[in-house]
Design a binder for this molecule. Structure first.
Ligand code: GLV
Ligand code: MN
Ligand code: MN
Length: 414
């Protein structure tokens, strides 16, 4: 297997996928349960079929291809990533890992090497959580962690629930639990992904071996005040939701900095209602995303936010809600599989480095219960979640090669 042979196919497929965006010329916007998602799923399904796989789209909108082994009742080796993107994101986050998984299937088929277990390639639906503020929808459903109530509960900013969006997309949310795999049927999970940070590019390293993924908590906070005339209402007689919310928001980043261990906290969305220059805000909604390798730090920052909201809304005479969108603990990836990939890197003379992931991945959800491993490939200047995101096809091809060798090892285990 030569990197040059892999490169052509990976480049062809990722270039083709670039057209499935709602914002042409302004990066990739491929939100779950949209026309662009449908186009990507159909295209990926076609590639899987061409690669000799049996293909199904499951009840959660995941696209799944299976290459049959000689003992298909053994727990499978699964590899994949997500096909959705953030708003005005890049052309590699997630989707590059789906194409790598399909490429691994092609290489396994072409080499004709024996395989006892099934190899399963997956394009996961809605990893980002961009539309509904959540995350890991498809991978969570595969583990049995999503149900119709979950689908009803979470809504996008237009008030459309996951439930209704699924129906519109031709999926039956009442059947979401059909997407769950039987306990023990997935033996190993592998994911290739772009690094989305600057380390590998800056140090000129070809392969990142990911040893852990941070835990994440996500919240939507709503602060309620009262709308009044901005000119006539004295400062001590108003219930200004923006004043109260901003006093809390302004502390969040410092609470993360205080931890001094890589903990991060982000307020990425703020909306005032009614949103007029001369109206005291009646309502402020804002999101909070907190991440750390140390789960206690995440819990502590969430606790401080609640305490500050209690204090500031009481001082104003208003109220608040803090809705939980996602709670997921940090995960360590499989040392055994990392070692196997390290040996492959040495054999091919690829430079490599062990590093943690500050981004969330389907591997974070799946790695909670199944032996899981990830490789990263360099992101130019570390840029990601933006249109300039760029990763070399030659680097992705090296990741596909390393993962094929790992898969071959795993597929022949009893
Ligand atoms: C996904 O890319 C995330 O880390 O939020
Ligand atoms: Mn991703
Ligand atoms: Mn992402």
């Amino acid at each position: 297997m030569q990197v040059e042979e892999i490169l052509g196919r990976v480049a062809r497929d990722l270039e083709h996928l670039k057209q499935f965006t709602a914002t042409p010329g302004e990066g990739c916007t491929r939100l779950p349960f949209t026309k662009e998602a449908r186009q990507a799923v159909d295209f990926l399904g076609g590639l899987m079929r061409e690669a000799g796989m049996e293909v199904v789209e499951d009840a959660a909108g995941n696209i799944i291809g299976t290459l049959k082994g000689t003992n298909p009742e053994l727990p499978c080796v699964m590899m994949g990533s997500h096909y959705d993107s953030v708003i005005n994101g890049g052309d590699y986050d997630g989707i590059a890992g789906v194409i790598c998984a399909i490429e691994v299937a092609r290489l396994l088929k072409e080499t004709g090497a024996p395989m006892k277990r099934n190899f399963v390639a997956v394009g996961f639906c809605d990893e980002e959580g961009m539309r509904f503020g959540t995350g890991y929808f498809g991978s969570g459903a595969m583990l049995g962690n999503r149900d119709p109530d979950y689908c009803r509960k979470f809504k996008d900013t237009d008030g459309i629930s996951i439930y209704d969006a699924m129906k519109e997309h031709g999926l039956d949310p009442e059947k979401i639990q059909d997407a769950a795999w039987k306990k023990g049927s997935i033996g190993y999970f592998l994911e290739a992904h772009i690094e989305q940070g600057p380390v590998l590019d800056a140090e000129n390293i070809e392969i990142g071996l990911v040893d852990c993924i941070v835990g994440i908590q996500r919240y939507m906070v709503t602060v309620h005040g009262r709308s009044d005339h901005a000119g006539t209402t004295p400062m001590d007689m108003r219930m200004d939701a923006t004043d109260a919310a901003s006093k809390v928001i302004s502390k969040i980043a410092d609470w993360a900095r205080e931890k001094a261990d890589g903990t991060v906290a982000t307020v990425g969305y703020v909306k005032t209602t009614p949103g007029g220059m001369n109206i005291v805000a009646e309502k402020v909604e804002f999101t909070v995303d907190i991440r750390s390798k140390n789960n206690d730090n995440i819990n502590d920052i969430a606790r401080r936010i609640r305490a500050a909201l209690d204090r500031e809304t009481a001082a104003m005479g208003g109220s608040y809600e803090m809705d939980t969108k996602l709670v997921i603990t940090p995960v360590n990836l499989s040392e055994e599989m990392l070692k196997i990939m390290e040996e492959s890197c040495k054999a091919h003379a690829y430079s490599y480095k062990y590093l943690p992931s500050g981004a969330g991945h389907d591997s974070l959800e799946i790695g909670q219960v199944i032996p899981t491993v990830m490789v990263f490939v360099p992101s130019k200047d570390g840029r990601s979640h933006c249109p300039v995101e760029f990763t070399k096809y030659s680097d992705l091809s090296k990741a596909a090669l390393i993962m094929t060798e790992l898969a071959q090892n795993l597929l022949n285990r009893d």
